[in-house]
Ligand binder design. Structure first.
Ligand code: 0PR
Length: 356
């Protein structure tokens, strides 16, 4: 029998500038291996991993400024975003509820809308690539169940004006969800207004398997009130445990254990050091691209977006660089912890070689 595969080598991050995934921290890798067979979806049977999940939620709460958080470790940001929409829909008292979000919201929101049969109202971002609360105010009404904001957008690394979105959600009695899947492990070291310190935030997405340096799958769904999780709860008649709030049934103990180990090892000093190093690299890369005459969007998080031609993009890809394009045609480089100065030097050499 012939096996067809690109390579038998393990994943190399050598030229990966497109991904929000990175090398897991060594302790996170070891912990994942140790819990490959345990299922946090059945906490009465798998009590060790269930306890680690509770501790993980509590550590994530500390990161996002929420004492006594409710939540669980999801399979990723998509599940957490889908669950936010599901909770809001289940709690809505009106028929045909809608969700109002900026166009910068991750595409998982479109999955949520199609799965849950809610209307998704996407509102153009402002020229700064952030949510535009005034434009969003025109889109909300008495049927709005959820207002959605992003703290660290997928394409530009932008933080929406969360306090203004909180006010907007309040004005129509809707829930407010913040998607900090990408930004959550960087923003504690900035002075941005994004965390649960703002009274009106109901729920949040924050993903250990991105900048948290946990193994995949490890996302996070956090809520201020127990009632948000109650809105997700399903009875599980024949299990030892009586109910389940997660979207998945059997879940990865590896992801949970890995998130727990990463947080225990890296919060806060390790994450702070990683943020400072990658942020400085991102600023440096932005300056280098700018000095070559490219239009660069000033990085706010370790993500650099810059205008480049389709032909340069394709040549860099053909040369083996893993890079992504935004919907508006900019090249997007995510400066994750596996990226270093040598790699970016090599990338800039490639840019100089392949530009017209
Ligand atoms: N929310 C935000 C803000 C995101 O950026 C993402 C993922 C999600 C939610 C969804 O998270 P999951 O993919 O964990 O469900 N954004 C990444 C992106 O589009 C997804 C990704 C990750 C793509 C790694 C490629 C890759 O190699 O960049």
């Amino acid at each position: 029998m012939t096996h067809v595969s690109a390579s038998s080598e393990p994943q190399s991050f050598d030229r990966v500038l497109s991904s929000m995934c990175t090398e897991p921290a060594p302790a996170a890798r070891r912990a994942a291996m140790a819990f490959l067979g345990s299922n946090p979806g059945d906490p009465a049977t798998f009590q060790t991993i269930a306890a680690r999940e509770r501790e993980t939620v509590s550590m994530l709460g500390e990161l996002v400024g929420l004492a006594d958080p409710h939540g669980y470790v999801t399979a990723g940001g998509s599940e957490a975003n889908i669950q936010a929409v599901r909770a809001a829909r289940n709690r809505a008292t009106v028929a045909e509820p809608n969700v109002v979000a900026p166009t910068s919201a991750h595409f998982s929101l479109r999955k949520a809308a199609s799965l849950l049969d809610v209307e998704l109202r996407l509102v153009e971002t402002g020229p700064d690539h952030r949510a535009d609360p005034k434009a969003m105010a025109d889109a909300v009404d008495e049927r709005t169940a959820l207002v959605f904001g992003v703290a660290g957008s997928t394409e530009y690394g932008r933080v929406d004006p969360i306090p203004a979105l909180v006010d907007l959600a309040d004005s129509v009695d809707a829930m407010l969800h913040v998607d900090a899947a990408f930004g959550g492990f960087f923003l504690p070291f900035t002075d941005r207004e994004w965390h649960f310190g703002h009274a009106g935030i109901d729920s949040m997405t924050i993903d250990p398997h991105k900048a948290g340096r946990a193994a995949i799958p490890a996302g996070g769904f956090l809520a201020r009130d127990r009632s948000v999780l109650d809105a997700l709860s399903i009875q599980t008649p024949y299990l030892e445990s009586e109910s389940q709030v997660s979207l998945g049934g059997t879940r990865s103990g590896a992801g949970v254990a890995s998130a727990h180990a990463a947080l225990e090892t890296l919060w806060p000093d390790g994450y702070r050091a990683a943020f400072e190093r990658t942020m400085e690299l991102a600023r440096w890369l932005a300056t280098e691209l700018d000095s070559r005459g490219f239009d660069v969007i000033e990085p706010e998080l370790p993500l650099v977006a810059w205008e480049a031609s389709q032909s340069l993009f394709e040549r860099l890809r053909d040369a083996g660089w893993r890079i992504a394009r935004t919907q508006q045609g900019a090249i997007r480089i995510v400066v994750m912890p596996h990226v270093d100065r040598n790699m970016l030097d090599a990338f800039l050499t490639a840019v100089d070689r392949h530009r017209p």
